[in-house]
Ligand binder design. Structure first.
Ligand code: GLU
Length: 338
């Protein structure tokens, strides 16, 4: 009798303390499938639904009470701004639910850093939001998706992961969405933040943080609850012999701002520099970032620098800044540049 009572009491306690995690699925390699276990490059990303992903990892049930929603099922090159806005709005609402301890977003790895960065700038909550993907499709030998998903859910359910902004979790590592980028086309350890490092790692499914909770310096926040579309911002890649053609056609095609992927510290050829100075005079927003892959891009007379952000992250920030009708001085502050 006593033993039976104890069992009931314990299961009640477990139920009450059992964390709730919401999984939003968008597609990607983690939901990818091919006919051969050796196929790790020409599989079809976004083939499997969120239920398939969850059923493949029955261990998830011992970590959290999971609810899920399919937001899209595409390779991440096909993620557009409507998906970003939907994710940010849905996640922000869901995090108000006291039964939800954290959120996981499954995503293709190619543009994962853009979506994770967008969510980091647009979700305001102490609760963890974790973006996860995989480098090998679900059908591959040694597929990394199931363990990555288990770790991401474990991270989203962990109180230790609170107040750290959006997190990127793959390959046993935990990174800040603000800083983490994809650095290798095919390797499993592709997600890194070369200057800032990882925030922590996993021992099995257990997250272990290296530092107490912190968020990136001067991270801006944008409320997108009433925003239904973001202004077009284009990235123009610099190289020897580059001219003004692509800049002019991007503006003609409706770009409301430009990101320059410059050489070195955001350098551009002299003819381009002259065009950027004209655009600056006209109040048209241009941010210079770098094609080098790391380091600060500083402000120069012809245009603002992107600070620590690479071109694709600078594009996300400029779209959000322009959606809020900011002036150039305010935009400079968003990029943490004088
Ligand atoms: N890794 C890709 C993604 O981000 C899919 C692979 C591909 O399209 O070639 O969804």
């Amino acid at each position: 009798m006593f033993a039976a009572l104890l069992t009931v009491w314990q299961s009640d306690l477990v139920a009450a303390d059992f964390p709730g995690v919401m999984v939003y699925a968008t597609g990607g390699t983690i939901a990818g499938a091919a006919k051969s276990g050796l196929n790790t490059t020409t599989y079809k990303a976004g083939s499997m639904g969120v239920q398939d992903l969850l059923e493949a990892v029955p261990e998830l049930k011992s970590i959290a009470n999971i609810s899920s929603k399919q937001i899209s099922n595409v390779r991440s090159a096909d993620i557009y701004q409507n998906t970003l806005l939907t994710l940010a709005k849905e996640a922000q609402e869901k995090l108000k639910d006291p039964n939800i301890h954290g959120i996981v977003v499954t995503h293709g790895t190619d543009t994962l850093e853009e979506t994770a960065f967008f969510l980091d700038l647009t979700i305001r909550s102490p609760k963890p939001v974790v973006v996860v993907g995989s480098m090998r499709p679900a059908t591959a030998i040694s597929a990394d998706g199931p363990m990555n998903l288990l770790q991401a859910v474990s991270l989203a359910a962990s109180p230790e992961a609170s107040n750290r902004g959006v997190l990127v979790s793959l390959n046993d590592r935990i990174g800040s969405a603000f800083y983490t980028v994809k650095t290798n086309t095919t390797a499993l350890d592709t997600f890194r933040a070369s200057e800032q490092g990882y925030l922590g790692m996993f021992i099995g499914a257990q997250p272990r943080f290296f530092y107490t909770a912190a968020t990136p310096t001067a991270k801006p926040y944008f409320d997108v609850s009433t925003i239904s579309s973001l202004p077009k911002v284009s990235i123009i890649y610099m190289h020897e012999d580059q001219s003004n053609e692509q800049i002019d056609s991007a503006i003609q095609a409706g770009a409301k701002g430009l990101i320059i992927a410059g050489s070195g510290n955001g350098a551009v050829p002299t003819t381009v520099r002259e065009r950027l100075a004209e655009l600056k005079k006209a109040g048209y927003p241009v941010i210079r970032s770098s094609r080098t892959g790391s380091g600060f891009t500083t402000t120069k007379p012809e245009s603002l620098g992107a600070g620590i952000l690479n071109p694709q992250k600078a594009r996300i920030l400029l779209m959000l800044a322009l959606a809020n009708q900011s002036d150039l001085a305010q935009i400079a502050r968003y990029f943490n540049e004088p």
